[in-house]
Design a protein around this ligand. Sequence first.
Ligand code: MG
Length: 258
Amino acid sequence: MYGVVTGEVDEFGQPDEDSVIVALAGDPLYVGVKLLDQEYKLADVRLLAPVLPRSKVVGIGRNYAAHAAEMGTDVPDEPLMFLKPNTSVVGPGDPIYYPAQSCEVHFEGELAVVIGRICRDVPAELATDVIYGYTIANDVTARDLQRGDGQFTRAKGFDSFCPLGPWIETDLDPQTFADGVRIQTHLNGDLKQDGSTSDLIFDIPMLIAYVSSVMTLLPGDVILTGTPSGVGPMEVGDEVEISIAGLGTLTNTVTSRN
Ligand code: MG
């Protein structure tokens, strides 16, 4: 079921212990919703991915200069676009499965934009009209396969390689991200990534304009805006937490498939 999280939140958008979810009938992106007379304590429910894209997750590579530098590459002249299959999406708390084909699986903490309407050729100045909201993503990447393959489909396409959540924030002013929102990744409690969305090379309106000039975007499609510097490997048993101010924290644990 869908629901609306209500309650007070801290500076990272993490709700307090008394928060509840009011259940919704329907689907916010396709058929509309109706508030139900049902409430659940947040602590008592298992959150699923807040959106399962019907068609695509669009990734953007090297969109922070410091990350491009740590990868030994230049900042691209145009957004570097790739796709992750919707079967890679999992929710908060779900395992990230370490694939047998890789020995180097990296976390990439990212701001994710959820598209709210069917659209193409969206001018940048109208881009916020097609945004449903924002959530957190981990663009999990098998770095060794990415290097070896020379393209990204296998390296970024494994099942469970796109954790999304914990929910979609629908009330944020898009200017907030241009002004700078802190994005942090902790691995087993150690701070690994500490960036700001003000350092995005191509901002969100430009990304929507660019992507929609190539392909029609559908409600529920997700655009991953790129990762700040500090990416690194995860091992089986590791817990990875990505926090974005105002959006909360997305936590997943790396697990062996067998
Ligand atoms: Mg990425």
